[in-house]
Design a protein around this ligand. Structure first.
Ligand code: ADP
Ligand code: 5GP
Length: 187
């Protein structure tokens, strides 16, 4: 049986990964299944448990990490962990789907190390730092200190862009979606 592809999208928070993935999931011909990560952060806006994330406590996160339940996990922000569950990769690949992941830069690089050519890592770039800040504020879901932490981390994250297979600028959302689609189909 052919192994499904693993498509990784990474970018500084607020660049538009979730928006791009939401649109990609509207195309059944791409046969994509979203990898729902576990996180110890609280739901944001209308996010639902089991849809955007599995929202668990920091204690439960640690227990799962110790039990070896994750393919990869990172403390993306101090005190806030995110990880890809082995069960999630299994769920999507068992369904015969290609797996699409929204994970941080280090997680993306680790997935590439783990899965090699089966994985394609895509780094999404914001058009500028000013636009990134506008998007984070415009999203209207995070407190000011949370936005600050995310912006402070952006330069560090951007320094990893060259380690990804492909870089795409998310200026016009539809254009970015179509560029990612071409990569998924063409791989
Ligand atoms: P991420 O998942 O990378 O944190 P989101 O997808 O939540 O980012 O996008 C952050 C904000 O930017 C959202 O309010 C979204 O509607 C907006 N956004 C996404 N892509 C674009 C774009 N190309 N142009 C303008 N606004 C965008
Ligand atoms: P947010 O809180 O904005 O949803 O996500 C914050 C950061 O955590 C983003 O960079 C997102 O890609 C990353 N992230 C989400 N899920 C995972 C995961 O399972 N593993 C890793 N390493 N990072 C993740």
């Amino acid at each position: 049986m052919n192994k499904g592809k693993i498509i990784v999208l990474s970018a500084p928070s607020g660049t538009g990964k979730s928006s791009i993935i939401k649109k990609l999931l509207e195309y059944p011909e791409l046969n994509l299944g979203f990898s729902v990560s576990a996180t110890s952060r609280a739901p944001r806006g209308a996010e639902q448990h089991g849809v955007e994330y599995y929202f668990i406590s920091q204690e439960e996160f640690k227990e799962k990490a110790e039990a070896g339940d994750f393919v990869e996990w990172e403390e993306v922000y101090p005190g806030t962990c995110y990880g890809t569950l082995k069960s999630e990769v299994q769920r999507v690949t068992d369904a015969g789907q290609n797996l699409i992941m929204d994970i941080d830069v280090k997680g993306g690089i680790n997935v590439k190390k783990c899965y090699g050519d089966q994985a394609i890592t895509i780094f999404i770039l914001p058009p500028s730092k000013e636009e990134l800040e506008r998007r984070l504020r415009g999203r209207g879901t995070d407190a000011d200190d949370v936005i600050r932490k995310r912006l402070d981390k952006a330069d560090y994250e951007l320094s990893f862009a060259s380690q990804f297979d492909v870089n795409i600028v998310n200026d016009d959302l539809d254009k970015a979606v179509s560029e990612v689609m071409q990569i998924i189909v063409g791989k």
